[in-house]
Design a protein around this ligand. Structure first.
Ligand SMILES: [Fe+2]
Ligand SMILES: [Fe+2]
Ligand SMILES: [Fe+2]
Ligand SMILES: [Fe+2]
Length: 413
């Protein structure tokens, strides 16, 4: 499947940032700003096109394992305070790095980078979580560490020309301590007025595009699988039942695509849409995603917002317009009463309707904290009722009954 890898990372970093700011209050756009500082330093260092693409990708994904290492402090229950506090000890730092490294290996980077995420919190003098010193830390990890620190502590996204001095003082003051002299020199050579102005004037995404070459490639099914597994893992860490849901929808999307005899390429794209259909849930607050009881009106509206967020995220990937529609329209209903756009039967493509049916089928069959999973026949009965009320496509439900009914065997419901 042909995919613009850099576009995809920029688009998804928005969702990753949302998770990070929910859990540790980091400013929106952190991932991309770390990527921007890193990419500029990589360019100064004379990195090749391939190295630059990978460095940028790794920088965007440097905090891919955040949620599970933030701990919940029950004492902090006041609504204006974050319930999660990050990394109280080296153990959780190490856990964050190990898990992030393991997961990032799923991504089809070009240069097979190793241990960049693992050592992205190491200090040059050996005072970091794994006690590594500069000679044993990959240069990309050192660059990302500096970029990350500069952004977190000094709010790079907000600084103007007059704050440059403060940034420089901080970095120079840590020469040989947090950062190796080589990396500090590289930063000092890179960090100039143009770099600050670019973010101010063009925004961080356009700035990135102006420096980092595009990574457009025909990815193998295995590589695409790695990408979907990577993001499913992040969704899973945020909300425990969503991952199995996305994986289930993706698998069933592919099975239905095969049943309809679609081409390999289209089946793969449809599967991709299935895997990402609920990616917008990364932007929805966990208090709502995990609420055991019924949602209030406002909470329900925020929950519904996930479909628009899926659209927002995926529409940033050029060449994925079809996937974006299939994924983001999964809560639309034939009678026009679905969300987010209230599209009608005439406006919904066959693929849109199929994805909507698969989503309902998968959700009904799943066991959730608040409900048991239904049997296949019971699920089909509920869906037929929805078709009678012009919510779902009855023809597709008949087909799904054929495809999935035979797999589950005869059931007594
Ligand atoms: Fe980190
Ligand atoms: Fe970070
Ligand atoms: Fe959904
Ligand atoms: Fe869903």
């Amino acid at each position: 499947m042909i995919l613009n890898f850099t576009d995809m990372l920029y688009a998804l970093s928005y969702a990753l940032d949302a998770v990070e700011s929910e859990f540790n209050g980091i400013m929106e756009g952190h991932g991309k700003r770390v990527a921007w500082i890193s990419a500029c330093m990589g360019r100064t260092a004379g990195m090749s096109r391939r190295e630059l693409i990978d460095l940028t990708g790794l920088a965007i994904l440097h905090d891919n394992a955040v949620v599970e290492f933030a701990y919940h402090d029950p004492a902090e229950s006041a609504p204006d305070r974050k319930k999660y506090v990050m990394f109280e000890d080296w153990d959780s730092f190490r856990g964050h790095c190990i898990r992030g490294e393991k997961r990032v290996r799923l991504m089809p980077f070009i240069t097979n980078p190793e241990n960049v995420i693992l050592y992205h919190h190491e200090n040059a003098d050996g005072s970091g979580p794994f006690g590594k010193t500069a000679e044993n830390i990959p240069p990309a990890a050192q660059i990302i560490h500096l970029a990350d620190t500069v952004d977190v502590y000094l709010h790079f996204g907000r600084i103007s020309e007059k704050d440059r001095e403060q940034v420089e003082r901080f970095v120079l003051g840590n020469r040989g301590i947090m950062f190796s002299p080589r990396i500090v020199d590289l930063f000092m050579e890179t960090f100039d007025t143009a770099m600050v102005k670019s973010v101010e004037e063009m925004g961080v995404t356009r700035s990135l595009r102006s420096v980092v070459p595009e990574g457009v490639k025909d990815f193998s099914p295995k590589e695409i699988q790695g990408i979907t597994d990577f993001f499913a893992g992040i969704v899973d860490d945020k909300s425990s039942f969503t991952r199995d849901h996305s994986v289930g929808v993706a698998r069933k999307a592919e099975e239905m695509a095969r049943f309809y005899g679609w081409s390999e390429e289209k089946a793969e794209r449809f599967r991709f849409a299935g895997a990402f259909h609920d990616i917008g849930k990364l932007v929805v607050n966990n208090d709502i995603l995990e609420k055991p009881g019924r949602l209030t009106g406002d909470e329900f509206l925020e929950m519904q917002n996930h479909a628009s967020q899926t659209y927002k995220v995926l529409s940033g990937i050029r060449g994925c317009e079809d996937i974006t529609e299939w994924a983001a329209n999964h809560h639309e209903k034939l009678d026009g009463n679905g969300y987010p756009r209230g599209l009608t039967e005439q406006q919904l493509s066959f693929e849109d309707r199929l994805m909507a049916c698969i989503d309902v089928y998968q959700a009904l069959r799943e066991k959730r904290p608040y409900k048991d999973g239904l049997t296949h026949s019971r699920t089909i009965a509920v869906m037929r009722d929805m078709a009678a009320r012009r919510k779902l496509d009855g023809g597709i439900i008949r087909d799904m009954d054929r495809v999935f009914g035979t797999q589950t065997g005869r059931e007594v419901s």
